[in-house]
Design a protein around this ligand. Structure first.
Ligand SMILES: Cc1ncc(COP(=O)(O)O)c(C=O)c1O
Length: 418
């Protein structure tokens, strides 16, 4: 005997809203407050100098992040988008180049490629919602110089296969780990497989300083170039005033420097990464276990179950209609599901599909002999999976009762809809 669904006038599973989904932000507390107040008291909010000697909070964040991820170098920047732009510049990617990105990612991934004057080529995904390594070969042409695999919502990419393909086609690898800080693949932190790894500290992310990000790399030369680019392309003798040094690898850059205020928050947050992931994973596994026998729900493949962050549980429904009906019913039960990017490959946004750029010429899309054409059907698996997917947003502060409510709602709705 099934219960009347809330969407049909029945009693909802929950009447109190689920906690908001901001893992890093909702984990903020006294630790962040202390660090920020120290910086304010020092009046020195710039990382390199000021009225007093800087407290080096940004530097501390860089050191701790490199250590936690097992990377040799880390440079903090102003956002995840900035991290991609800085990494691309460090790698020397720009006009004349194409860069492979997955069809399932946030607009910032292809947007950063365009921002440096290169053109994104979209690669299809597989049932892990990440780039399908077997489809990389379909994206290759002589202008393709780099690839940006994206660990989506805490799910790692199949990095051994991606690295194999990258080697085969001589591609630079820039990992976009904006949504998945702390994820790993076969015991190694995501972001440390390729040439450069990019992270975000924006408000939705696993760690947050409101805005912020960082680039990690094991390559000293790329690190030097990333530091240079993010700091006006100039050279600092040590930490401090700008210099020009003919000997150094100098070139024009921009300002993507993190402020000491963000650094203060970030250096308190990085210490919490493991505890945030542990709590989210516990919740994710509980919900997953509780709904695994529901026929009609298929979980996204975990390329490495030991390496997921637990900030989401991604699933597919049998049809688009069932997914829509299921999501509407879950919303009414007070246990909402989310869906990525309008449930479509990211290239469907008009900015990409119609190649809309801020300049008058149409650059960078007009720079190759052949016309760059994006079509809705160019990544069929992404089109299919994104239309049928939904995900449970999981935070470290979800209580056991909240997880149980999700499980109860899934079963209640499944009886009627699946
Ligand atoms: C996959 C991915 N890449 C890059 C970014 C950009 O990060 P930010 O918002 O910090 O610029 C995001 C942010 O949502 C993202 O999800």
């Amino acid at each position: 005997m099934s219960e009347k669904l809330a969407i049909n006038g029945g009693t909802p599973v929950r009447s109190i809203p689920m906690p908001p989904n901001y893992p890093g932000a909702t984990s903020m507390g006294k630790e962040e407050e202390k660090e920020v107040l120290e910086v304010l008291a020092s009046q020195t909010l710039f990382r390199y100098y000021g009225p007093q000697n800087p407290l080096m909070k940004v530097k501390q964040f860089e050191t701790d992040t490199a250590k936690r991820l097992g990377a040799k170098n880390c440079v903090a920047v102003t956002s995840g988008t900035a991290s991609l732009i800085v990494a691309l510049h460090a790698a020397g990617i720009g006009p004349g180049d194409k860069v492979i990105v997955p069809a399932c990612t946030f607009i910032a991934t292809p947007g950063s490629v365009v921002a440096v004057g290169a053109v994104p080529v979209f690669c299809d995904i597989d049932e892990s919602m990440t780039m399908d390594p077997d489809k990389i070969k379909d994206c290759i042409d002589p202008d393709v110089k780099a690839i940006i695999p994206v660990a989506i919502l805490g799910y790692p990419c199949k990095m051994d296969r991606i690295m194999e393909e990258a080697k085969k086609y001589n591609l630079l690898v820039i990992e976009d780990i904006a949504q998945s800080m702390g994820s790993s693949y076969q015991g190694k932190a995501c972001g440390t497989f390729g040439d450069l790894g990019c992270f975000s500290l924006q408000i939705n992310k696993i760690l947050s300083s409101g805005e912020g990000g960082c680039v990690v790399t094991n390559d000293d030369k790329l690190y030097e170039r990333a530091v240079r680019y993010h700091d006006q392309g100039m050279f600092r003798e040590k930490e401090g005033f700008l210099n020009v040094n003919e000997e150094a690898d100098i070139f024009l850059g921009a300002d993507y420097r993190m402020s000491e205020l963000s650094g203060a928050v970030a250096c308190a947050q990085i210490k919490k990464l493991d505890s945030i992931i542990e709590k989210m994973l516990k919740n994710m596994r509980m919900i997953q276990e509780g709904i695994k026998d529901i026929e009609g729900i298929q979980f996204a493949t975990e390329n490495d179950p030991a390496g997921v962050c637990g900030n989401s549980l991604i699933m597919f429904f049998p049809t688009v209609e069932k997914k829509k009906a299921f999501c509407a019913a879950m919303e009414a039960e007070g246990t909402p599901l989310s869906a990525l990017y309008n449930s479509e490959p990211i290239y469907m946004v008009p900015q990409l599909m119609q190649k809309r750029v801020s300049n008058k010429t149409g650059f960078p899309f007009n720079q190759f002999d052949e016309e760059i054409v994006y079509t809705p059907d160019m990544c069929p698996t992404a089109t299919d999976l994104m239309a049928r997917h939904a995900w449970v947003a999981i935070g470290p502060e979800h209580t056991e009762q909240e997880c149980k409510d999700y499980i109860a709602a899934f079963h209640k709705v499944a009886k009627e809809i699946l």
